[in-house]
Design a protein around this ligand. Sequence first.
Ligand code: T1G
Length: 720
Amino acid sequence: MMFPVPQTPAVSVAVHDQVALITIDNPPVNALGPEVVNGLSKAIDEVGRDPSVRAAVIVGAGRTFIAGADIKGLEQMAWGSSTGLPEMHDILQRMEDLPKPLVIAMHGTALGGGLEVAMAGHYRVAVLDAQMGQPEVNLGIIPGAEGTQRLPRLVGMEKAIEMCVSGKPVKASDALAAGLIDRIIEGDLATGALAFAREMAGRGGPYPKTRDRSDRLPSRDGLPAILAAGRALATKTRRHMEAPLAVVDALEAAATLPFDDGCLKERDVFMRCVNGDQAKALIHAFFAERGTARVPGITKDTPVAKVASVGIVGAGTMGGGIAMACANAGMTVRLTDATTKALDAGMATIKKNYDVSVARGRFTPAMVEERLGRIRPQVGYEGFGDVDLVVEAVFENLALKKQVASALNDAARLDCLLATNTSTLNIDEIAAAAKRPATMLGLHFFSPANVMRLVEIVRGAATSSESVATALAVAKKLGKVGVVVGNCPGFVGNRMMFPYMYEAQFLVEDGATPEQVDRALTDFGMAMGIFAVDDMAGVDIAWRVRQELKQFSEPGARKPLVADALCELGRFGQKTGKGWYKYGDDRKPMPDPEVQALIERVTSSAGITRRTFQANEIIERTIYALINEGARVLDEGFALRAADIDVIYITGYGFPAWRGGPMFYADRVGLKTVYERVSAFHREFGDRWTPAPLLERLAREGKTFQAMDRGASELAAPRA
Ligand code: T1G
């Protein structure tokens, strides 16, 4: 029987044998938009009023329970175009005050406002693969619907801090152990939850109100140490981020203030966070990441090939990492290399990496065995005629890659997607060797490929939309973010990194030290300093590219002298134990007086006058070099959107998400300011600082990259 009251379509109520089943249906993720909140409010009233209803259950339709507040609404709040979330206090209180048992039944991801609704129910049940969490800090905010007041009452302060600071969801089994849920339902969720509700109604009231509980809250004496540990955790694990520290302030109120006052405190902290710069940046980053799937020429109807099996050519660092990523995602892998020796070495590295995962508790030995069982090492291309995707990951050498492409033309099925994992080479030349350019593209993975989330999907001149759509689906299946880019040297990420890296090197030649530059960059929020990155990747890589491409040979160009000198001494970075830094067994970079002496020797013989630098000047010279090149890449059409560049830098290069990525950061600084500094550097240092025309234009017109993104763009014609 349906309730005889009009329901909003987002929330419906059906009564099954005296238990009301309230279903939330707001695709794709049942976000708590105004329709859901209004519908829920009405449904609670009706359940309360109807004497024939003994109990109620709330479930989500489709793939998940409520995944949180509608982030579009949060974005409007962050930018000041709306003043508040839908009012929840009254609804949550009415839920708790219902005189009949209210059971929340969760599947999928009950996140943010979803978990907050759940905690106002009397009981919570979930299917085994459900997850629940308070991920708000990842958006630069804190829970805003009383989660900071209810969660510690259910799971204790320490667990609540851990969940809110990390933003990581917990699995249903952990939630059960922690007291967040009351039962795990096997079989059909709604059926099980209705039965559970009947059982609770049979027991009789009063039913537990989370807000009235205090048994799990810490004592006054115990509280300070727990909070101090929580703040230390926030500072250590979420460096530079404001929300993880702020959420501890709100959680503290749960233990020190009456419930309603604690809710007011939460609201204050929430408003402070949502109005801050970090929320704007992180919300931008959230939508930017999801926006990468929108690619011109690809629609919901574009056919996507099923990829269940993969052939990987090359068992080196990249090939091995890609094999692990694919095996982890449940794909079967044929891993080939030229010799048994190379293959054995590759498999040994894979096993070693899995051992580390076991040691860290990420995988059980059984999970590793299962994954290793999916990887079949082999010399030659046997069985490659059966795989759905081939990723070639041989040494970065065009002739070799062309040779492999030509062999794959014979070995792989005609409709097999062929990908080359290159970071710099021309996809079209490799595709020509494979003689099937429509099904060929670049998949630029980042090392370690089983960990790093970014994959640049390089679209060649003739790559078909189907191939690109399939590559996007593969990236998603691997749990990675695929960003479609055009075919130019270095694609988007590395092309931008070179001017940034060289500017850092020139700063060192001009008087800064590698550790000072790296320190300025990590203080700015970069995950690693550029010199530490260069040592990790190999200082010799750019050195070889410089020699091969005869870079810096044009008259007046400033050459990177110290990097060359390091390479001439065989200081290639971590792999030789020495580079810009020296390394002990722990692989931690240590400043090396020999490098300092080398810098002074090389620069003095080149007649360079050295001076001191402040951190802000270091940041301007490095980060603005990145931004200026980003503007050029965008203008030339090798990136589809400024936001795609932001995603590439956040997920592949350690740029702080809380700054929104380099292009968003430039918008926040103000493009006029950035342009003026770039112009000043241009006057001082010459051509390498020529302002990108797009930067100049936007600065002149008073526009932003973000506003420009709202107009669609096409990928540029590939390089000649
Ligand atoms: N609001 C609006 N849209 C959302 C959304 C949300 N909360 N979550 C996802 N989407 C959209 C997303 O943009 C995409 O759209 C589509 O759903 C599928 O997402 C009061 C303040 C739920 C685990 O932070 O973590 O609650 O691109 O591609 O990989 O305290 O989305 O297709 O048009 O990511 O299956 C807290 C954020 C909010 C959860 C699903 N909640 N979402 O992952 O699909 S703050 C979150 C996710 C809050 C309260 C407060 C994931 C997911 P489109 P998807 P997925």
